[in-house]
Ligand binder design. Structure first.
Ligand code: ADP
Length: 325
């Protein structure tokens, strides 16, 4: 994520303030030490002028030095606490500033991607309908244009559904109705249909152990698989392999989607499940998306008593692994 000029400016002033407070504090501490030393010297001189004997003056001087030492210890320890609190406060402010900037960037990214994702299917559907209206086309061509328009409308529908779904999750107004299904058959059937209708450029390999049963919510469970497979497709090149596996491991059911795509860096692995989060900058991104897919997927996985993790695939790409207990 690029740092914005606003963030750099805020951080610049924040560091200036921190350095200023530190220098001020050091200066005042130094001045206090100087004043104390000076006052002891003056007191000794006054005692001498008062005509006290050398022994008395030395004894009083020792007492004053002891006092001065105690003050040094007090000021140093309080100073250390002050510096510690100052640094701690500085660290917290820096953390908050960074968080806020990341959030602002995410919102900006979301707005840009949603604007693009909303506008492009609408513009494309409009163009296709205008073509049908203006030109006398043969039946085949008409079918092709209608199919494209339907696919654009579906894209739009998915986006709107995702946004509404994310907002339902946020407001906790969502409940699942789980029933026991043969998950192996369910995934095989669903994926075969998906592969046929989407005509992916990658090879999708199904590695599904049979007779695995699980309680699932039929309306939302497919989103888990579709989001993971669509991401694998989106972030991989043509002619690579995407493997969807389902197996039983001890008492757990493990579903995984492995691709040979661009992969995800270790720093980003935790971020990608956040709402609206997309790796990189929207201004230069070529892939479509809103950063809602994995947020919704994680929610649905957890609602099905599962956990989702992302690992590196070898030699390249990512593996999204979902383990249901
Ligand atoms: P979207 O795909 O709409 O951007 P997601 O929430 O599905 O949103 O994913 C968040 C981000 O995680 C993506 O922008 C992408 O950078 C990264 N990502 C997700 N899946 C993969 C994958 N299989 N390979 C590489 N990066 C991925």
């Amino acid at each position: 994520m690029n740092s914005s000029p606003k963030k750099s400016k805020a951080l610049f002033w924040f560091y200036i303030l921190l350095v200023y407070v530190f220098l001020q504090f050091s200066w005042w501490t130094y001045s206090m030490f100087q004043l104390n030393t000076e006052s002891i010297r003056l007191k000794t001189e006054i005692n001498l002028l008062k005509g006290e004997t050398l022994e008395e003056v030395i004894q009083k001087g020792n007492e004053l030095n002891e006092k001065l030492h105690k003050r040094w210890v007090m000021i140093s320890s309080e100073g250390a606490v002050f510096i510690f609190l100052l640094l701690l406060g500085g660290y917290q402010i820096r953390k908050t500033l960074k968080k806020e900037t990341a959030l602002a960037q995410q919102q900006k990214n979301f707005l840009m991607s949603v604007t693009h994702e909303l506008k492009s299917p609408i513009a494309s559907t409009k163009l296709q309908l205008q073509t049908l209206q203006k030109h006398e086309l043969d039946r085949e061509k008409q079918k092709e244009i209608i199919a494209n328009a339907i696919s654009d409308t579906e894209r739009l529908n998915n986006l709107v559904e995702n946004i509404l779904f994310a907002s339902k999750i946020e407001n906790s107004i969502f409940s699942l109705h789980k029933e026991r299904y043969n998950l192996s058959e369910y995934i095989k059937e669903g994926m075969n249909q998906t592969i046929q209708s989407f005509n992916y450029k990658q090879r999708i390999v199904l590695n599904i152990e049979s007779e695995i049963f699980m309680n699932i919510d039929r309306t939302t469970f497919p989103s888990i698989i579709l989001n993971l497979v669509e991401n694998a497709v989106k972030y991989s090149q043509a002619d690579t392999t995407i493997t969807l596996s389902l197996k039983k491991l001890n008492d757990k059911i493990v579903l995984s989607v492995a691709d040979q795509g661009v992969g995800i860096s270790n720093e980003e692995k935790n971020n990608i499940f956040q709402k609206f989060y997309r790796v990189g900058n929207e201004e230069v991104r070529k892939t479509k998306g809103t950063g809602l897919g994995l947020f919704i997927t994680k929610y649905l996985v957890e609602e099905h008593n599962g956990v989702i993790v992302v690992k590196d695939n070898a030699p390249k790409g990512s593996v999204f692994e979902v383990t249901f207990s």
